[in-house]
Design a protein around this ligand. Sequence first.
Ligand code: CTP
Ligand code: MG
Length: 251
Amino acid sequence: MNASAAVAAAVVPAAGRGERLGPGAPKALRELGGVPLLVHAVRALARSRAVGLVVVAAPADGVAEVVALLDSHGLDGKDIRVVAGGATRQESVRLGLAAIPADVEIVLVHDAARPLVPVEVVDAVAAAVRAGAEAVVPAVPLADTVKRVEPNPGRPEPVLDTPDRSTLRAVQTPQGFRRATLVEVHAKALAEEAAGGTGAPPVTDDAGLVERFGGKVVVVPGHEEAFKVTRPLDLVLAEAVLARRRAADAY
Ligand code: CTP
Ligand code: MG
């Protein structure tokens, strides 16, 4: 491996609307402690020595705005590129991947909506790929018991069964991949879609695509602060975590 191959590139899908967060700017541009979620997320990645390049997939009509935003937050010293994202998260990741130079062998994919991921998680995921895994996801055990139901919105839903909680993990990002693996599964998923789909349930993360096409995915410990900002309450929690960090830094 040459020097640049040992350094990972990160793709940051940031083109979502943030419907569940409620009315306002696209979620990645919403502020946490006065700084956009996207800026927090890019900083978290850039802090890792394992990451040499960050490619942001911005809302298609917001590329110039995102470039200006990253510059104005002092991130212009790092190798950060911005491309237009797509209509789905999967498409945004694919478009980001296409902008990564050919000699990069390790790719991380990190949601802009996970602004507070500790650098230790970024490092651990990149290290596991470097050590030979083709796909790595950080994850945490579940606090709640989980039940599978027959979905029946607005009515009581019959329970099918209760998986053994000790075998379940809630999956976070950054997820890490051998670049060739990630490119291949995204291409296969696109081809499948073009052929009309398979009727299989939608895949909601990149590691899920690797599983879908028979690859091997391993889990490393995630972190409770790597949670995704999805609903308004998550933003309240994120503000509290950030305030605690800032107070700790002041001592
Ligand atoms: N994302 C993206 N392109 C899309 C949709 C989502 O890049 N077309 C990104 C989001 O910006 C986010 C990440 O994928 O960083 C995870 O998605 P999610 O939490 O679902 O964000 P949104 O799609 O923005 O939120 P919602 O589903 O509530 O609209
Ligand atoms: Mg979404």
